[in-house]
Design a protein around this ligand. Sequence first.
Ligand SMILES: [Zn+2]
Ligand SMILES: [Zn+2]
Length: 174
Amino acid sequence: MTDLERCVAFHGHACGGLTIGYQAATYAAKLLDLSAQPDDEQVVCITENDACGVDAIQVLLGCSEGKGNLLFHMTGKQAFSFYLRSAHTSVRLVLRPLPHPMSREESFAYYQSARPEDLFDVKPATLPLPERAQLFESYVCECCGETVGSNWIRLRNGKKLCLDCCPSYDRFHV
Ligand SMILES: [Zn+2]
Ligand SMILES: [Zn+2]
């Protein structure tokens, strides 16, 4: 299987969006020399959208939400920042507009055949990377009794509540 075929198998279909992510991941791997990385947790992606292309980045670079090396900074842009922690190098790739209006099929073919240099502007990555996945203290919500990471606990009238219990508490107890 080629890299692109692996992306399509994971994503479930071939599409322009997936191809954008494939091109971005491949380009970042070249720019930051990521293929030499034995430990893919050193590679971090901050994506600015949650569209099809993110799946290609997961497959090709091993970034995942569960490992904490796939982060979302939602601006709705086709932009992706890549970081190599061990080398302190990074790059932000921003998809350029199509050179002229295209149908969906035409743009799909364009994204597949274009060189990454022509697809993306290469900019410095400016978003700071968070520390590696932290373990938070947890508390038991005083309404539903379910355990919640401290980051997600809200205080209402001195009670510690989970996010789902806050609105109903406000409705019935205030
Ligand atoms: Zn898709
Ligand atoms: Zn609760």
